[in-house]
Design a protein around this ligand. Structure first.
Ligand code: ADP
Ligand code: MG
Length: 305
């Protein structure tokens, strides 16, 4: 039953892409044929995706197969309304990812829509940052954590320069490479801003919202902007220096009231005071009082010295 749902999703997705004039040309540089992928083990799963390691053989080159990561919809219950939303999310994610080329953003290798939608990405060897932090907490030194933070800030300068907001910046969505550089991933919630430097608003929250990473204006008005990504980055810094401990979890109203009163996450024991100051600047109640990523990058660079 769920395979049928995935097939329908694939068809709708292809139909949409064709309407946008993208798949109508004879050669689509992103198109990947499912038969050129050999799926291997499970790497992880999240809100709606399941990600598997795979081998990709490019039919146009004689190279050895490339190791990739393939994201597809989790086996879902066939409820058509749900499916439509999830499909929107995946199509959006593919569109955004195709427009991004940066060393601190996970690379898109290609896209497959038939028979089921698949997003093919570079394989990032050390997996999600939250798990990496937990497993290596006794070996990780301040300079390495700061280097992670700078990498993310670098990728975010690029993302915001394209007027895209990420909306789900958290350690679970950052990947760690073999040479310990980090890359931003999971663009399922990312959005193009219609007005440069503007904001994106929703009517209500979707499923499983990452409340603990949200700025006050997101919790209260569902208003997302570059500055709400900055708030989430502050929480991501906090996760780094607390080795992926879970931030506070409480009811939406309680959280909103606490933030309004000025309560914030505490300084983690491993966090230098000068870095806690940076976190607190990201958590300024007024969005306009928060720094942007260029400024943060300068702050983080200065902390290295
Ligand atoms: P979701 O949208 O469902 O949250 P994600 O894109 O966050 O899915 O991926 C879920 C998990 O899969 C990540 O937390 C990570 O562990 C793993 N993963 C995702 N992409 C890759 C990749 N390119 N290389 C290695 N592991 C990955
Ligand atoms: Mg995720």
């Amino acid at each position: 039953e769920s395979l049928t749902a995935l097939r329908v999703t694939g068809n709708c997705l292809r139909h949409d892409l064709m309407q946008n004039g993208e798949a109508s040309t004879a050669y689509d540089p992103w198109a990947i044929d499912e038969t050129s992928l050999k799926i291997m083990e499970r790497l992880g799963e999240g809100r709606y995706g399941e990600v598997n390691k795979a081998l990709y053989t490019d039919p146009l080159s004689e190279d050895v197969p490339r190791v990739v990561a393939v994201k597809q919809l989790k086996q879902i219950k066939c409820e058509s309304r749900n499916l439509a939303t999830i499909m929107d999310e995946m199509r959006n994610e593919m569109e955004i990812m195709k427009s991004l080329v940066h060393p601190n953003i996970v690379e898109t290798v290609g896209i497959c829509v038939d028979p089921v939608p698949l997003l093919v990405m570079e394989f990032v060897e050390n997996g999600a940052l939250n798990a990496y932090l937990r497993h290596h907490q006794h070996a990780l030194q301040t300079f390495q954590l700061l280097a992670f933070a700078k990498d993310v800030a670098n990728g975010m300068v690029y993302l915001h320069s394209k007027d895209i907001v990420h909306r789900d910046l958290a350690a679970r969505n950052i990947l760690v490479s073999e040479d310990l550089r980090v890359k931003i991933s999971d663009f399922g919630l990312a959005r193009f801003l219609e007005v440069p430097g503007g904001y994106y608003m929703t009517q209500h929250f979707g499923r499983d919202v990452p409340l603990a990473w949200y700025a006050p204006e997101v919790i209260e008005f569902h208003k997302y902007s570059a500055k709400s990504d900055i708030w989430s980055f502050g929480v991501l810094l906090w996760e780094m220096f607390s080795f992926a401990a879970a931030p506070y979890f409480c009811d939406l109203r309680v959280l909103s009231e606490r933030l309004r009163q000025g309560q914030r996450l505490p300084q983690p024991p491993a966090c230098p005071p000068s870095l806690y100051v940076v976190m607190q600047r990201c958590w300024a109640f007024e969005a306009a009082h928060r720094p942007d990523f260029k400024e943060l990058l300068d702050n983080l660079t200065a902390l290295f010295e």
